[in-house]
Design a protein around this ligand. Structure first.
Ligand SMILES: [Zn+2]
Length: 243
């Protein structure tokens, strides 16, 4: 490509350019340079779908659908975390301003970059799948204060901790970052708009307490993973919330 004041550049195209290019931005992240093109495109035409789906975002599963399907969290960060720790330790042993230290700093940044690219890719693919399949997507409004609530570890009679899903394993912040709920919502909202799909937001306030079968409020602790209602409804907590 050719740029004013810079001249001609070699560019690796990750995807075909569609529509009319409106703006061009050059960005640097670590050692990598990116060319970002914003294009005006025609609306995308997807096959019409009368199907609606409810989506519950969680920590145990990235998302649970009202169909009962789950989308699992990729734990890229978790895996990369060990490598980062090792690299960082190596870093601490190196002299400030040294060539070796600079090299190590670069390695850490590169790894972070890789994890963030993988996460973005995952979110794009999952949101694309949902938008292609369903005519209406129903989601919870994200409320950061609620999201960070986690079940307290419970003790059994012998003072041992009982397993309760998201708790105890630690690194909740990491999970939140890993999950990238906000980015996910952003991705499917614009994909849906572009494809003429409907997106509805509901308050998640009672979705985990109200029985999806009869509407009764069934009080539960955050640690309870199962909903049992007098009406006979027996469901996984997240599946119930999605419904
Ligand atoms: Zn019920």
């Amino acid at each position: 490509m050719s740029l004013a004041k810079i001249g001609s550049l070699k560019v690796k195209l990750h995807r075909e350019i569609k529509g009319t290019i409106k703006t061009c931005t050059i960005k640097r992240e670590g050692d990598a340079w990116y060319v970002i093109l914003a294009c005006e495109v025609e609306h995308e035409h997807l096959e019409e779908s009368q199907e609606a789906v409810g989506i519950d975002l969680g920590l145990l599963h990235f998302a649970t659908l009202s169909t009962g399907e789950t989308i699992e969290n990729p734990r890229y960060s978790r895996k990369a975390e060990k490598r980062v720790a090792r690299l960082q330790q190596a870093l601490s042993g190196k002299k400030r301003g040294s060539h070796r230290r600079r090299k190590a700093v670069k390695q850490v940044a590169k790894l972070h970059q890789k994890v963030s690219n993988q996460r973005r890719d995952f979110l794009h693919k999952q949101s694309r799948k949902l938008v292609n399949t369903y005519g209406t997507l129903v989601l919870e409004e994200l409320q950061p204060a609620n999201m960070s609530k986690r079940p307290k570890p419970k003790q059994d009679g012998n003072g041992k901790y009982l397993p309760n899903g998201a708790a105890a394993k630690g690194g909740l912040n990491k999970s939140l970052v890993d999950a990238g709920w906000g980015m996910f919502q952003q991705f499917y909202t614009y994909k849906a708009a572009n494809a003429g799909r409907q997106v509805l937001f509901v308050t998640p306030k009672y979705t985990s307490q109200v029985c999806s079968g009869c509407g009764t409020v069934v009080k539960k602790e955050l640690s309870e993973r199962w909903l049992s209602c007098e009406c006979g409804t027996e469901l996984d907590r997240d599946h119930n919330a999605a419904l």
